[in-house]
Design a protein around this ligand. Structure first.
Ligand code: BMA
Length: 292
């Protein structure tokens, strides 16, 4: 099974007259809020490598209106080099955003929360570096605790918490698979999706040629450290010109999925420069996940 690309090409591209997003717009967290699909996306201008987060909203998931200014920018020494790759989960009555906080020599996981995507409570670094990223919160407690994915190279890990701020009980759950397309390193995509069969994870894998592809796995509902199914084939790989060439070549990279009717809408960065959309029937993706 492969995801199907939206036929109109990327749904979001850099804007020439916005200095903060005239070079790249890519990896985006996804929220479904007030009948809209909202993307909080990573953006860079040509004047610096620092990433900020832009806001775009849509009624149909395809045509987006964007805010003229970033809605979240670096505001602490821990994120002096940029705020990157947000993942959004609704918990405790607010949108919780885990993101990569980048500062010299340190890549850490930070948390901020919001009700309106404009005003933020910044909770600071929740997982220290020197190299920890690709963090996403599960959409509910499991066994009475909050759970998150994170990535200490090269594997996907879980961490648990009672209050979203203090994390522990770290568990390494998905390792690179020698000889396959995810042989070098892995990272979770967006929050896992709850299904009757378990937690559906869409993740990225990197091979020795540094090609980024997307794949799926299914985790046990009650003990997500148990990987139940893990097919060998990817569900999306760079093929389009704007996935093969951009700011970083050969990359498809997701931070979130929306559920629209009987389909998943997977939003992803193409070559670290534009945002694409690929969709798949829910039943087919779950069946594929369980085939591995
Ligand atoms: C990863 C992250 C992503 C990026 C990818 C490909 O390490 O930094 O934000 O999309 O590399 O460059």
């Amino acid at each position: 099974m492969k995801l199907t690309r939206h036929s109109g090409g990327p749904v979001l591209t850099p804007v020439k007259h916005h200095g903060w997003e005239n070079r790249t717009v890519f990896n985006c967290g996804v929220a479904q809020h007030d009948g809209k699909i909202i993307l909080l996306y990573r953006a860079q201008g040509t004047h610096s490598d620092v990433s900020r987060l832009g806001y775009a909203e849509s009624l149909d998931g395809i045509h987006f209106e964007r805010a003229p200014e970033p809605v979240f920018s670096p505001a602490a020494p821990t994120e002096a080099l940029g705020v990157e790759d947000p993942r959004l989960t609704f918990l405790e009555g607010r949108w919780q955003m885990l993101y990569t906080a980048w500062s010299p020599g340190n890549i850490q996981v930070a948390l901020a929360s919001t009700e309106d995507f404009r005003t933020w409570n910044r909770h600071g670094v929740v997982l220290p570096g020197p190299d920890n990223k690709d963090a996403a919160l599960f959409p509910g407690k499991v066994g009475g605790r909050y759970v998150m994915f994170h990535r200490i190279p090269p594997a996907i890990w879980l961490a648990y918490s009672d209050d979203l701020l203090h994390w522990g009980d770290f568990q390494r759950i998905m390792e690179p698979r020698p000889g396959l397309w995810d042989a070098l390193k892995l990272g979770a995509g967006g929050p896992p999706i709850e299904t009757p069969e378990g937690w559906l994870v869409i993740y990225h894998g990197v091979d020795r040629d540094r090609v980024y592809r997307l794949g799926v796995a299914l985790l046990d509902r009650d003990d997500p450290a148990r990987v139940l199914h893990w097919p060998e084939q990817p569900i999306l790989e760079p093929e389009e010109p704007w996935e093969l060439n951009g700011d970083v070549p050969n990359v498809v990279f997701t931070c979130g999925t929306a559920e629209v009717g009987d389909e998943y809408y997977v939003y992803y960065g193409g070559a670290d420069k534009v945002i694409g959309l690929a969709t798949g029937r829910k039943d087919q993706l779950l069946q594929f996940a369980m085939s591995g």
